[in-house]
Structure formats: C-alpha cells, structure tokens
Design a protein around this ligand. Structure first.
Ligand code: FE
Ligand code: FE
Ligand code: ZN
Length: 277
C-alpha cells in the first residue's frame, strides 16, 4: 500500500488532522507532539483521539510519524537541556500510547563540541531511561544532514546509539532523503548502494519510515535546506525511484517540503501518479 502524507498542524486537534489528511489525499501524516520551537504540550482530549482513530480505521491509514520538537537535544552539554529532552521524550511517548502502535521520530541531537562519542552516550542514556519494554510506540532516530555537530550524520552514528539501548526493539530509523543526500550519500545515482550500506551497518529491518524532501543543495553539503519535490538537487526521478523501490515502497512517506496545503495536495497527487509498486 502506498502510504503518503505530510506535516500537519496539530493546533486544531487530532480529529482535525485526520480530516485534513483526507482532504489532500493523504493516508498518514506527521505532526509535532508539542510546540516545535518551545515545548509546551496541550492536554489530550480522548474524544478527539477517538475521532482520529475512527478516521484512520475507516480510511486504511498507515502508521503515523509524529515528530518531537526541535528543541529536544539529549546530547547537550547543559544538564537543563538534557532534562528537558528527557521530560519531553518520556511524556510524548506516554501521549503517543493513546494512538497505539505508531511512530515517534526525533532528531538524535547535537553534541555541541563534546564529540560524537560523548553525544551518543548521552542520547542512549536518556533513551534507556524513557523507553519501556511494554510500550507500543516505536521511537525513530532520524538520519541527519550533519549540520554543525549533529549526531546521526551517518549510519554508523545511528547504529552506535542503537547498540547501547536496553530495548532496541522499540527503536527504528526514519530516513530523510534531504538529510541523507546532504550527509553525502548518493541517492540520486546509487539508491541501491545507499540501501546496501544501511543494511550492512544498521540493518534494513530497522528502517521504518521516510521523510521525502528534495534538497536545495548538492550531495554532501551538510546544509539541511528542504526543497519541493522535483525542484531541488534530487529531482523527481529520485523520488520515483524511492517510492517504487522494493525495500521502501511500503514505508510511510512523509513530505516536509516548503508548501501550504494545496502544494502538499499536488505533491501527493504527483507521487501517486508515479507509484507503480
Ligand atoms: Fe526532522
Ligand atoms: Fe526530516
Ligand atoms: Zn531537515
């Protein structure tokens, strides 16, 4: 099943996001679990959640890919920032359990000069504190562009985090096409090679979702500037290859492109037209 959607605003609640998704031809979506640049979260209304679950069941939705706020940095050198990350991740996982069995994605963090090894230790420590063996939510580590001191700039760093976890079965990876290209992987000419490397280092069983974004910059730029599908350095053909790839075709694909709702609707229609798998 082709599962595609985009980032939606959570400001009008969960049922509303389900309706918005339907209105643009989506059968999954992403949303920020709380203010992306702040951190406050609204209380959850059970009837509102029920409304979304009903829409998802009736319309054959795939898994949702919620997103943690950008301010979460479990690899920080400041204790206060790490404690905020710990609180956020713990509470968000708890909230996600109201939508059982979906995905919760976060940026692993930035080590801010402490070195990747130290950052990886700090991230794993917090994940081990907040992940419980009985949760249904799968926590996803997003592959990053390698801007500044970002951890997750290559598959080795993601794998190093997973290797330190007490419950690795509760953790997967969200592959972001813009980030992975900016990180230096040649997904334009050698998508297979990138996936083989992912498999060799992390294991394809860990690949749970994709963010599909074109990039304003060439491979290896480490910039992280998203572009509309087909309007950046990756180009439409790269996305046609991605969505039809036997290893990827059934993953939830989330657009994080610079668009308003009508732009997202067009991109979803364009990709559906090109889905053959
Ligand atoms: Fe992200
Ligand atoms: Fe992303
Ligand atoms: Zn990005």
């Amino acid at each position: 099943m082709f599962t595609i959607g985009c980032h939606l605003s959570a400001s009008k609640g969960f049922t509303n996001m389900g309706k918005e998704a339907l209105s643009i031809g989506a059968n999954t979506f992403a949303f920020f679990t709380r203010n992306p640049r702040g951190g406050s979260a609204k209380a959850i209304d059970d009837a509102d959640i029920e409304g979304l679950i009903k829409i998802m069941e009736e319309n054959n939705f795939g898994k949702l890919v919620a997103h943690a706020p950008y301010t979460v940095n479990p690899a920080s050198d400041k204790e206060q920032t790490r404690e905020f990350a710990r609180m956020c991740l713990r509470e968000d996982i708890e909230r996600m359990e109201k939508l059982p069995g979906n995905y919760y994605n976060f940026h692993p963090g930035s080590h801010v000069g402490q070195g990747a090894e130290k950052g990886i230790d700090l991230i794993a420590e917090i994940l081990n504190d907040v992940i419980s063996p009985d949760q249904t939510t799968i926590v996803l580590l997003e592959t990053m562009a390698g801007k500044g001191s970002e951890i997750g700039r290559n598959f080795e760093e993601i794998k190093a985090i997973i290797d330190k976890l007490d419950h690795p079965e509760k953790v997967g990876v969200c592959l972001d096409s813009c980030h992975v290209s900016d990180g230096g992987y040649d997904i334009i000419n050698d998508l297979d090679g990138m996936l083989e490397e992912f498999d060799r280092i992390i294991g394809l069983d860990k690949l749970k979702a994709m963010h599909i974004n074109d990039s304003m910059n060439p491979a290896g730029a480490h910039k992280d500037r998203h572009q509309k599908i087909g309007e950046g350095h990756l180009g439409l053909e790269t996305f046609v290859n991605i969505i039809n790839h036997p290893v990827l075709k059934d993953l939830p694909f989330i657009l994080e492109t610079p668009n308003e709702m009508d732009g997202y609707a067009k991109e979803i229609a364009l990709l559906k037209e090109n889905y053959r798998a």
